[in-house]
Design a protein around this ligand. Structure first.
Ligand code: SDX
Length: 427
């Protein structure tokens, strides 16, 4: 492998080092490009640009591989738990039983919402989208926990911030949900287990019992959503954190980035798309044609990915889980049949095949969330709950990087050249 990339500019030759990651990924290190050549690169959407070194998550879009700290997602989904995965992502290793229990206890210790947070949630109309509520409350936490409102935190403060946000968001979502249902909030019972406590806070009542199958399915979904390297929202968390804004501001920014339909908001958009196809007669082939029509804004939500040009391994696991969850709940969902039909048709349609468009994590997740009783407009909030430890791990890694700098991309200016101001009475 050559150690340098050689480029010629205006008759001069330059060399830039080639760097290689532990999984053989290669990059041209252009950190001296502008200083040595006076040129910048242009890469709208950053599809060809690495923003950082990272040891957290590895994914290979061509072969459909996803690993957290080297552990394959399939094994973690099968054998681990969400809180253990959160520990792994943030502290780089699988915890001992003692370490995991102490991490769980730390998370549990933050499960109660501050009275001020409750007032902020209650100030929202019940018609508000949960993502706006969660982002606002998380952003407000610096007011209630000023000790974290510092540019640099100690290791212990970072550990507490991670545990605190995982506990708080687990309580914020159900608090708002029950408000929209006109129900009194249910206190957290953290010792039920992370997913079970969440479900109990969402649906708890005298005759409600958390179904262990449902809690297990939710725990697996949270694992599958936990991190995905430098996606749009994780990059947002890093960019905001790079200015030394506090951890709550960084995570709140990630929540808002995830909201978009092209990103985490796709899980809600998929369910709405499937419901719309169902309500209009179920002719999913017609919608496939619409998705291919450049003049039609309709896109096949839950399909395609910036990185995966093969099956998203998470979609494969969720698709399999759909059957077992629906069966164990005795639920049959016509939308699942439509999803399967769409997938089958798309995977043999040249438009999708040529563009390597496969189902992504959002294509089937909404069907399970719906079967678990989660309302459609809360699907993306569930993505927040899952992605939180990943965002925190990315934020922590950036904070611990002695070479981290404030993120500040360049541009190519294409506006007006210099011109003189004209007073308004002369225009
Ligand atoms: C997530 O980055 C991550 O890791 C994200 C995520 C995570 O865990 O954090 O994996 C979670 O966000 C998954 C993606 C959820 N979004 C959706 O399902 C929305 C539908 N998908 C598309 O909007 C799109 O595929 C994106 C946004 C996911 C990716 O967009 P890109 O990489 O910018 O690709 P593109 O728009 O340039 O598409 C390339 C071609 C285009 O056609 P041509 O111009 O070449 O003719 O494929 C077409 C697109 O029109 N295309 C689609 C399509 N997705 C891409 N055509 C129809 N339906 C689609 N869904």
């Amino acid at each position: 492998m050559s150690e340098f990339a050689k480029i010629e500019l205006d008759g001069k030759f330059y060399e830039f080092p080639i760097i290689e990651g532990t999984e053989g990924e290669k990059a041209i290190d252009i950190r001296t490009l502008r200083a040595t050549t006076g040129h910048v690169t242009l890469d709208s959407g950053f599809g060809n640009t690495g923003s950082t070194f990272s040891e957290i998550t590895f994914l290979n879009g061509e072969t459909g591989i996803l690993r957290y700290r080297g552990y394959p997602i399939e094994q973690l989904a099968e054998q681990s738990s969400f809180q253990e995965v959160a520990y792994l992502l943030n502290f780089g290793k699988l915890p001992s039983e003692r370490e995991l229990n102490s991490f769980k206890e730390l998370i549990n210790s933050f499960s109660t919402l501050h009275e001020g947070e409750k007032k902020i949630i209650e100030a929202f109309p019940t018609s508000a989208h949960p993502m706006g509520v969660i982002g606002s409350v998380v952003g407000s936490l610096s007011a209630y926990y000023p000790e974290y409102n510092l540019p640099m935190l100690t290791d212990e403060q970072r550990r507490k911030a991670i545990a605190q946000l995982m506990a708080q968001v687990k309580s914020i979502i159900p608090y708002f949900y029950r408000m929209t249902q006109g129900l009194e909030p249910v206190k957290s019972k953290p010792h039920m287990g992370y997913a079970a406590d969440f479900l109990n806070m969402m649906y708890g009542s005298d005759d409600y019992e958390v179904n262990p199958e449902v809690a297990k399915a939710l725990d697996v979904l949270l694992i599958l959503h936990a991190d995905h390297e430098q996606n749009c929202s994780a990059s947002t968390v890093r960019l905001v954190g790079s200015s030394h804004a506090n951890v709550f501001a960084s995570i709140s920014s990630g929540i808002y980035a995830l909201w978009g339909q092209l990103h985490g908001g796709a899980n809600q958009a998929v369910l709405e798309m499937l419901q719309n196809i169902h309500d209009n007669g179920g002719d999913y082939k017609k919608y496939l044609e619409k998705a291919k029509d450049k003049n039609d804004p309709f896109r096949l939500m839950g399909f395609g990915h910036r990185v995966y040009k093969n099956f998203d391994p998470r979609a494969k696991i969720i698709k399999k889980a759909c059957d077992s969850v629906l069966e164990s709940l005795g639920v049959s969902d016509p939308l699942l049949d439509i999803a399967r039909g769409l997938e089958e048709e798309a995977l043999k349609d040249p438009y999708f095949v040529e563009r390597k468009l496969y189902p992504n994590v959002d294509f089937y997740s909404g069907i399970i969330y719906q079967a678990l009783g989660i309302p459609t407009n809360m699907f993306t909030a569930m993505f927040v709950l899952g992605r939180l430890p990943g965002w925190l791990a990315q934020w922590k890694e950036m904070k611990e990087d002695p070479n981290a700098r404030i993120g500040r991309p360049r541009q190519i200016y294409t506006g007006a050249n210099e011109r003189m101001y004209v007073p308004i009475d002369q225009r």
